[in-house]
Design a protein. Sequence first.
Length: 281
Amino acid sequence: MLSYRHAFHAGNHADVLKHFVLVQLLEYFNQKDKPYWYIDTHAGAGCYALDEAFARKNAEYEDGVGRLLGRKDVPKELKSYLKLVRDLNSAGKLRLYPGSPCCAAPLLREEDRMRLFELHPADNKLLQKTFETAGSKVMVLQQDGFTGINAFLPPPPRRALVLMDPPYEVKTDYRTVVSSLKECLRRFPTGTYAVWYPKLHSMESRELPEKLKRLPITSWLHVSLDVRSPSSDGYGMHGSGLFIINPPWTLNEILKKTLPYLVTVLGLDTGASYTLESEIP
């Protein structure tokens, strides 16, 4: 199925959590002089116009990044992420939102590389256009990232951050995430892997973090953010989460400082909350 378009959801609460954490991971990678690769298995269109029909339909960004921009009490840990958003909107009005590739690109150094997978033909075309002048530093592939990633592991510099955030529009995506990660870890066990997932009523969504904990790993961090109580009819996403394999040792403390703030600012009802657990030797 190729019906999912992330433009409908660009800049929502799930993007805030995902991209804030992504920026923290990349900034940690940049602390070492050694080059690394950023690999995105489901890269989307790269950047999203919030004033076009897809994004305007539900205007989810208004209850996401829109609630953070302009506030004077933002924790310093969130400021690098918000700067990326502001830099795309120099006129001051929120018109564009950076997807994961466009959050990563400004943080990559000259020697770092980016490999982007996007199977949807329309989004892949937009992604190609976004990075058409990037040269060999960025490679955009119209392939299934779950399997295409294997050709790039292990990466030549032996350092990489992999973001895996499929749309989960079919339930098999949950199983495929686990099986794909098993193969990734077999090829490149020292990589850092960040898996995004939606928090839904479904059993597959609720069970995914526990299944990921049972992978052959020794270091992991699980963070989730709920912005509302689950709906009584069982419909819709009430939050999202990230499961990170081989996370930076600093990330847990950063999240402890910022998650209460995000609950307060992004929360829609008394069900707003967060989860943070880790096993980091």
